[in-house]
Design a protein around this ligand. Sequence first.
Ligand code: ARG
Length: 463
Amino acid sequence: MAQQDTPKKLWGGRFAEATAASVEEFSASIHYDARLYRQDIMGSKAHARMLAKQGLISAEECTAIVDGLSEIETEISEGRFEFKPELEDVHMNIEKALTDRIGAAGAKLHTARSRNDQVNLDFRMYLRDQVVLLDGLLAEGQGAFVRLARKYLGAVMPGYTHLQRAQPVLLSHHLLAYFEMLKRDRERLQDCLGRINVMPLGSAALAGTGLPVDRHFAAQELDFPAISANSMDASGDRDFALEFLFCLNLVQIHLSRLAEELVLWSSKEFDFVRIGDRYCTGSSIMPQKKNPDIPELIRGKSGRVTGALMSLLVTVKGLPLTYNRDLQEDKEPVFDALDTVTANLSIIAELLDNTEFNLERLQGATHGGFMTATDLADYLVCKNMPFRQAHSVVGKVVAHCQDRDIELIDLTLDELQQFSELLEPDVFEVLTVDGSVNSRVSPGGTALVRVQEALDQAEKYLG
Ligand code: ARG
C-alpha cells in the first residue's frame, strides 16, 4: 500500500500508513457527534484561556485560538463547514480546521488534554442544557393537565383498579395525578443535573497531567460548580448519561400510561374523550374511522426509549477502567431517546389542549358497578362495626343487588336493614356518587375541597 507522507489524522509520527478507508468509515462518529460542536468549541476556548493563564501558551496564541474557534462556530451554524468523516469525530474536525486556519497555535490547543476528557466534558455540557429544555417542556405538559383540571373541576368519573370500576373520583383528581408524575420527573432531572454538572477536564487521557493546569479556573469559565475527583473515574464515567437516560425513561413511561388511557378512553366502549380532529388520523380503507395515532405512537415509542437505556447499560457493563472506544456508543442512544421524549412532550401538551371530555359518559359510568360499596362499609365502621365484618355485610348487600339487577342506591331502608340494623336513613347520603367523592377528605383524597386545594397549589407552583 502506498505510504502517505502526511497521515490524514492528527496522531502524526507513530503511523507509517494512513488509516484504511474502511476503518475510517467504521469508526467515524461525526454524523452524530457533530451535534456537540457548540459545547466542543466552548470547552476548547475555556481550555485555551486556562493554558494562557498558566503560561502554557501565549496571550496571542490564545487570542488566535479563540477567534479561530469563533469563526469555525459561525461557519458550522450557518451550514458552511464541511465535516470530514476521515477526521472521525467532532473534536478532530474542529481541531484540524483550527490548525489549518491559524497554524502552530492551533496545534497547541490539545496541550494537557485528551479526547477522553474532552468528549466527557462536551457530553456533560450538552446534557445540562437539555435538562433546562426538558424542564420547560415538562412544565408545559403540567400546564396542560392543570388547565383541564380547572376546566372540568367538579366532574365525576369512575376511578379504576385492575381496570375495573372501583370508586368514584373527580376527573380533575385523575388529571392532577399526571401533574404529580411530571413534577417528580422535573425534580429527578434537577437531581441528575447535580451529577452531570461536574467538570472532567484535566483528567487528560486517564491519569491527570504533569503540566501546571488550573482545573478550577476552567470549571469557573464553563460555569461548573465542581470538578471531578478522580481522573480514572472521570475519563471512563458515563453514569451521568445513564442517569439522564433513566430520567427520560420515566418521563416516557408516564406519557405512555397517559397514552394508553387516551387510546382506551377514545374508544366507543369508553367514549370518555374526544381528541380534536387535527390530532387524529383516518383510515385509508374504513371511512368511518378516527384513530388515536398520536397516543399510540407515544406509547409505541416507549420501546426505543427503554432500549436506549438498556443499550448504554450493556455498553458500560463489561468495561475495564478507564476509557474504551466502546464508549463512543454512548451518544446515539441518548440523542435518540432525547429527541423522542422531547417530541412526545411537545405534542402531548398540544393534544391535551385539543381534547374534550364527555362528562355525560363519565358521570354515567359512575352508575353501575357498586362503586359506593366501600362507603357503605365505612358507614358501618363509623357505627363501630369492625371493618372486616362491615366488608362481609356489604358483600352480601352487593350480591343481593346483583341477583335483582339493581344498584345500592335503589335499595329501600327496610331491605338494607335486613343486612344490618345499624343502617339508618342517613345511609342514602353515602350511597350517592357526590356523597362518596366528597367524603374522601383525607389529605391527597378526591373530595372537591381537597382537589380544589391541590389545583390551587399546582397553579401556584407553575406560577
Ligand atoms: N469520538 C470519541 C468518543 O466519542 C472521542 C474519544 C476518543 N478517544 C480515543 N482515545 N480514541 O468516545
